[in-house]
Design a protein. Structure first.
Length: 341
């Protein structure tokens, strides 16, 4: 478990001071994939670099498996850092070394004997899907392959946690998906805790269990990914969620489909987890004397199950409409009547 308490970083330059991270407290469970999202300048990079003390905190503590790294002296910190892997947006590989030698590098520094090193490097090359590329140089690899080398290198000393600093931001969408899938499989296979920072909500949606949203150095919202997606509280979070389904938030688009009748209600329905798989709409229209017109809908998978949103128009007698909406609510589906769309 990682306990971050009142963590702050104040950059003091000659002309100004910037509170890059401002009193952040978070607990990250062992084995979870925890995402931190924020716009440019929110303090994400500084935050993640405080975790392994690439940046010195101005205040607060970072306790990783019961050891406070902010209190460690040089040697102890160096040893602990070997247990904190990190991958970067621009990979940070050694360009004059082969794939094999890049991955062997942290093992050399840790003093691992040659035979053991070889065994470990080959195991890691296999794990990240780079077999056959051992003797290639980074310049001969694609972006996705370079990041695979970065991941293998970060895992060399069997870390307790993997920090990912915008690890997919330099990659195209398809390669991004491959790297995210690799991170999920490593998380499952090794039970590795992963903390990743990103400015892209689909990265959070695809692989994270929990998320914290940062703004001006502070965490403005945090929680389970599904909860945060379905009920975003802060304006910043709402903007991030809108990135995923822009149409869903386009009121003009929705208004164009709506009938101008008195006996209709326009309703937003949220399906979460297993309820997203149910044929509830047809069930309701069979059970009650209402017509249901689907205006718009989307479904998004997350690590904790799918969530879907449907905008429907329900036509019928007012009392029956109410009964049908109550029925849906009782079946565990969230129902929101939209008076003004
Ligand atoms: N070394 C530094 N000296 C002074 N100010 C800094 C330094 N590094 C970062 N900052 C400032 O701290 C704030 C947070 O920067 P940070 O890079 O952590 O944000 P970010 O969310 O990672 O943004 P981006 O995605 O653009 O990198 C910014 O205002 C930035 O200008």
């Amino acid at each position: 478990m990682i306990k971050i308490k009142n963590l702050s970083k104040l950059y003091q330059t000659k002309t100004q001071s910037v509170q890059a991270v401002d009193d952040v407290s978070l607990t990250i469970d062992k084995g979870e994939i925890f995402g931190v999202i924020g716009y440019s300048g929110a303090g994400k990079s500084t935050f993640v670099r405080l975790i392994n003390r690439l940046e010195e905190p101005s205040d607060g503590s970072v306790v990783i498996h019961d050891k406070d790294i902010t209190k460690m002296q040089h040697n102890e910190l160096r040893n602990k850092r070997q247990k904190i892997g990190m991958i970067f947006q621009h990979f940070n590989l050694l360009w004059s070394r082969t794939v094999y030698d890049n991955i062997a590098f942290p093992l050399e520094i840790a003093g691992v004997p040659k035979a053991k090193r070889k065994e470990k490097v080959l195991e890691l090359i296999n794990l990240v899907g780079l077999s056959g590329k051992e003797e290639n140089y980074p310049s001969q690899l694609s972006g996705g392959q370079k990041q695979r080398v970065g991941i293998a290198r970060a895992l060399a000393n069997d870390p307790e946690v993997l920090l990912c600093d915008e690890a997919t931001s330099a990659l195209d969408p398809e390669t991004t998906d491959d790297i995210l899938d690799l991170l999920v499989s490593i998380n499952k296979k090794l039970g590795l805790t992963i903390i990743l920072i990103t400015h892209e909500m689909h990265v959070i949606q695809q692989i994270c269990h929990r998320v914290a949203v940062m703004e001006n150095g502070k965490v403005v919202e945090s929680g389970e990914v599904l909860d945060v997606f379905v009920k975003p509280q802060s304006k910043t979070t709402q903007r991030f969620v809108q990135q995923l389904n822009p149409l869903e938030h386009d009121k003009n688009n929705l208004a164009a489909f709506i009938n101008d009748r008195d006996d209709t209600e326009v309703v937003k329905v949220h399906f979460i987890g297993n309820s997203a798989k149910r044929a509830l709409i047809s069930e309701v229209s069979k059970k009650f004397d209402v017509e249901i017109n689907i205006l718009q809908g989307s479904i998004s998978p997350t690590q904790e199950g799918a969530y879907g949103t449907l905008f429907i128009e329900v036509n019928g007698d007012n009392a029956v409409i109410k009964q049908s909406l109550d029925f849906m609510q009782n079946e565990g589906v969230e129902v929101e009547v939209l008076k003004h769309v």
